[in-house]
Design a protein around this ligand. Structure first.
Ligand SMILES: *Cc1c(COP(=O)(O)O)cnc(C)c1O
Length: 354
């Protein structure tokens, strides 16, 4: 599945569909409607453990959603009520697992502890056509061990409950690559997952699922900003903490940058921080961002790897709403897939878009 919240761009969703992704992890009724409107034949899985009853009802009755996640008996009752006791449901119980290996935690909010999950797994088994167990190790998991440890928890939960499990869903968290955050090969993650999965007490017909957001979208988009002013090693740019640079401002995430000029700069490289366009001090991206020392007002900067949780986070605060979106074909600034499209005829160098 692709986790739509990372980047709900219709162009990306269609690109993923054309590349063979047929299942989509949606978390709100707006995401359900969006993907259903774009892809009438996609399979939608409503993987938010806490949903509005009317959202479940519409997803089930209008949009053909059959897969839902939950982490409590109350949510199970809500799903049963909202689907009028449907017998064709795939229900995934969300386990609480550690986010210790990840850059962004998802450990506190959702999930039931493995040693408390027995009654919920048994009750869910009673009403589900297919029973799954899911978890999320936190976003940008920097070690495959995150999945090995979590699958150990899945094992404990299955043994304690003694239920037949049809689906194990290892969630998202698969890393992309950013300055100072270079993960190992994705294959090493898949190896750990397959090994731990093979050791689970589940039937041969069980399915292994995952729901990456970041890893499938990070390379998809860059942000092009203009330098409005420069004061020493700080650049005032026209997007920021309330725009696509939320993570750069609020959790100190770093992104690759490149000066976009007709003529390549030969100045030495120096480190800059960025102020965003709004009127408050929180709109600050410390970086450091390495750029040629002669960068000046009027220059354009490409900030790369912003396909995940970039444009998805934009607000209209202070009137600095989303700029133009241009669909182009260009290489990502970095890649965890080891592929580039250098030779493609469709590549439009960003400086030509300016
Ligand atoms: C956010 C989220 C994802 C995607 O996480 P990434 O770290 O972007 O891969 C997948 N599943 C659920 C339930 C989520 O909340």
């Amino acid at each position: 599945m692709y986790a739509v919240k990372a980047n709900p761009s219709p162009d990306l969703i269609r690109t993923l569909w054309d590349s063979g992704i047929t299942h989509f992890d949606v978390a709100s009724i707006a995401e359900v409607r969006l993907v259903r409107g774009l892809l009438p034949h996609a399979t939608l899985c409503f993987m938010h453990p806490i949903k509005g009853e009317e959202a479940i009802r519409e997803a089930y009755a209008v949009h053909g959603v059959r897969t839902f996640s939950l982490d409590s008996l109350d949510e199970l009752a809500k799903i049963v009520a909202a689907t009028d006791g449907a017998t064709d449901l795939t229900l995934c119980v969300r386990l609480r697992v550690s986010s210790a290996h990840s850059k962004l935690s998802l450990a506190s909010k959702f999930g039931i502890a493995a040693d408390e999950a027995g009654p919920l797994l048994m009750a869910t088994r009673q009403v589900a056509d297919a029973l799954g167990i899911c978890f999320h190790v936190g976003s940008q998991a920097m070690s495959p061990q995150a999945y090995g440890d979590a699958l150990g928890q899945v094992r404990a939960a299955i043994v304690a409950a003694g239920v037949t499990v049809d689906i194990v869903d290892v969630g998202g968290g698969f890393p992309s690559i950013y300055p100072g955050m270079e993960p190992g090969a994705l294959e090493s993650y898949f190896e750990v997952i397959h090994r731990a999965y093979e050791a689970l007490p589940i039937s041969y017909s069980a399915e292994l699922w995952c729901e990456p957001g970041r890893a499938l979208s990070a390379e998809y988009a860059s942000l092009l900003v203009r330098v409005e002013a420069r004061k020493g090693d700080v650049l005032y740019i026209n997007d920021g903490a309330y725009g696509a640079l939320f993570d750069a401002a609020h959790v100190g995430w770093r992104f690759p940058v490149e000066l976009v000029r007709e003529e390549t700069s030969h100045a030495r490289t120096m480190e800059f921080s960025f102020w965003g366009p709004t009127c408050d001090d929180m709109d600050f991206m410390r970086g450091p961002f390495a750029l040629p020392a002669d960068v000046q007002a009027g220059d354009m900067i490409e900030i790369g790897m912003l396909g995940a949780y970039g444009c998805a986070m934009r607000t209209g605060f202070n009137g600095f709403t989303a700029g133009d979106t241009v669909i182009a074909t260009d290489e990502p600034m970095d890649s965890v897939y080891g592929v580039t499209q250098e030779s493609s005829e469709n590549v439009i160098p960003l400086r030509k878009l300016k």
